[in-house]
Design a protein around this ligand. Sequence first.
Ligand code: AMP
Length: 208
Amino acid sequence: MKTTIVLLGPPGAGKGTQGEKLTDEFGYVRLSTGDMLREAVRNGTELGKKAKEYMDAGALVPNDLIINLMKEKIAGINGGVLLDGFPRTVEQADALAEQMEVDLALNFDVADEELVSRLTQRRSCPNCNAVYHLVTKKPAKEGVCDKCGAALYQRDDDKEATVRNRLEVYRKNTMPLIDYYSKKGTLVTIEGSGDIDAIFEQVKKAIQ
Ligand code: AMP
């Protein structure tokens, strides 16, 4: 079984949803830079204050802040780990390579128009970070997280104008990582459209 897995793909491709399932079923530790940054913003930490304006604009937070943050988190891990939303640039991938070897880069491929629709209809839990969709992954009770009971919300950066910018930023800065991991021989691309459980079957094959 693969132990260090990078979840790659544009925003809305299903990294969070599939990552959550891998965590539930196989006990991976999931480190999501987006979740960490949102928590830092909510808590008003130094990192949160520095990151907020980039996040609001759908831009990337500067590499040095992210690399420092992840260095600390990764140092404390031994066992299976899923990196969700990191690395997002070649510079971040190089920094990660210095610290640990990546066994598998799982790349979720989804068409742009579907991403826009998924993200604008996404609802998130501010407490446990679970994600839902108004049509395809509804919570049992409207507006309430199935896992922890907190009230769901729409992320500011899931509104349409910011979503388009995030997709642009993904194409320019993060897409080169597909090539990066392909050259290292660790890339597996998964067709990320369709039924969540059917996609998870492909994910399970890839991690064996
Ligand atoms: P996410 O929840 O992964 O969609 O991330 C939300 C936002 O956090 C992104 O639009 C960026 O502003 C910021 N962010 C998350 N991860 C990174 C990263 N690895 N590098 C730079 N910025 C990041």
